[in-house]
Write a protein that binds this ligand. Structure first.
Ligand code: ADP
Ligand code: MG
Length: 400
């Protein structure tokens, strides 16, 4: 990787601003899943052990009006972080001002400070100004002035240019990525940019329109693309099949045709479906073949398709997966997604990668967390990486 990492900067006695992703789920002020806090520990422990004065910035959810602020404070996160680090975390309930500046100046090497939710800056005096989310220049400059080195360790927002990542990074002398972002980039680059062949991509999810960029980019890189999920039905419609009540994006039929031609046999579609009469978690009606009667909607791939996809995956050296094969949230329509997880779990010595929020959640929820080489922590960011886009939060980081 050509971007500077923590190993390329001297952090001892320096005030280091770290953009972390502490956007944890909160229910009535209680953190229901602290994975994102745990994920920041390698970087934080390294900085603590190497004598940095650590200032943490993170967003939490969205702030659209003044009233959101009470429920979206990072105070509970500071408390949890203090427990997992087993050391004091100084929480400053502001995103600017004298109290924050004084507390930062008072930090000693190895001490940790967390400032309030960066998106509090999106609403100023009751007005939605989006200073954080639209990368207000003055805000980025101000935050940058509070430290000497900037570390971007928030992969989940790397596809956005916000004041707390791009703004700070472009206004500070030295910057680098943290260990979490470094690992994401190394894994995604191995899986997408330097794959060992055969490289099989699996693309699913609800809509073709969400995945056009991924199909487009992976057609150039993969040997085969297996397509499942709701988006498969727009492809079937493009081939002239009857898809019943299945999800259809009519305005994408021509594009689907175009891709089928361009793919030259690389795209493999399901050959049967698990269906229901409505979008509900009811016993599946299995269909033979692709055409569906008018009253049915396809909610998962069928058993012949599973077999077909398993065969295609058997010899893969690299697998990149984005988008579930069916409505995995329904007990009756998770079979295809589980089968793909199992087929991938069986591969020995292959590089296997999941990108995409729902696919990652599905694999984890279905019990396959440790069966993949890498499950990306950044839904939108990993999707954009798979589309071959540059991520502004990474782009701005200095090269070695
Ligand atoms: P990711 O977040 O991994 O990129 P998407 O957001 O594109 O994935 O798609 C996930 C959603 O697609 C899931 O909520 C799932 O229920 C839905 N889905 C999958 N197959 C179908 C289908 N046949 N019909 C309707 N929705 C589907
Ligand atoms: Mg999604």
């Amino acid at each position: 990787m050509n971007k500077k990492t923590l190993n390329d900067v001297q952090v001892i006695n320096k005030t280091v601003l770290v953009r972390v992703d502490f956007n944890v789920p909160l229910v009535n002020g209680i953190i229901t899943d602290d994975n994102r806090i745990q994920a920041a520990l390698p970087t934080l422990n390294y900085l603590i052990n190497n004598g940095a004065k650590i200032v943490l910035l993170s967003h939490l959810s969205r702030i659209k009006e003044e009233a959101d602020k009470a429920k979206k404070s990072l105070a509970p996160v500071a408390k949890r972080l203090q427990e997992v680090l087993n050391r004091e975390v100084k929480f400053v309930p502001h995103t600017r001002g004298l109290e924050l500046e004084t507390a930062i100046k008072a930090l000693k090497p190895g001490e940790v400070l967390l400032m309030e939710n960066t998106r509090f800056e999106d609403v100023v005096n009751g007005e939605l100004v989006k200073n954080e989310s639209k990368n207000n220049d003055a805000l980025g400059k101000y935050w940058a002035s509070l430290g000497e080195i900037f570390v971007n360790d928030a992969f989940g927002t790397a596809h956005r240019a916000h004041a707390s990542n791009v703004g700070i990074a472009s206004n500070i002398k030295e910057n680098c990525v943290g260990f979490l972002v470094q690992k994401e980039l190394e894994m995604l680059s191995q899986g997408i940019d330097n794959p060992e062949h055969p490289f099989v991509a699996i693309i699913g999810g609800a809509k073709v329109s969400d995945k056009i960029g991924v199909i487009d980019n992976l057609l150039k890189k993969a040997d085969k693309i297996l397509i499942g999920g709701g988006m498969a039905y727009t492809f079937f419609a493009a081939m002239g099949h009857n898809i019943g009540k299945s999800l259809l994006e009519e305005d994408k039929i021509d594009l689907a045709k175009e891709y089928l031609e361009k793919a030259n046999g690389k795209i493999i579609l399901p050959i049967d479906s698990a269906t229901a009469e409505s979008f509900a978690d009811v016993k599946a009606i299995f269909t033979d073949g692709i055409d569906l009667p008018d009253n049915l909607m396809g909610l998962d791939i069928g058993s012949k398709s599973i077999k077909l996809f398993e065969d295609e995956l058997k010899d893969a050296k690299t697998v990149a997966w984005n988008g579930p094969m069916g409505v995995f949230e329904f007990e009756n329509f998770k079979t295809g997604t589980v089968a793909i997880c199992e087929a991938i779990a069986k591969l020995k010595d292959s590089f296997t990668l999941i990108g995409g929020g729902d696919s990652a959640a599905a694999a984890i929820q279905l019990g396959f967390k440790d069966k993949f080489t890498h499950i990306s922590t950044g839904g939108g960011a990993s999707l954009e990486y798979m589309e071959g886009k540059t991520l502004p939060g990474i782009e701005i980081i200095q090269t070695k």
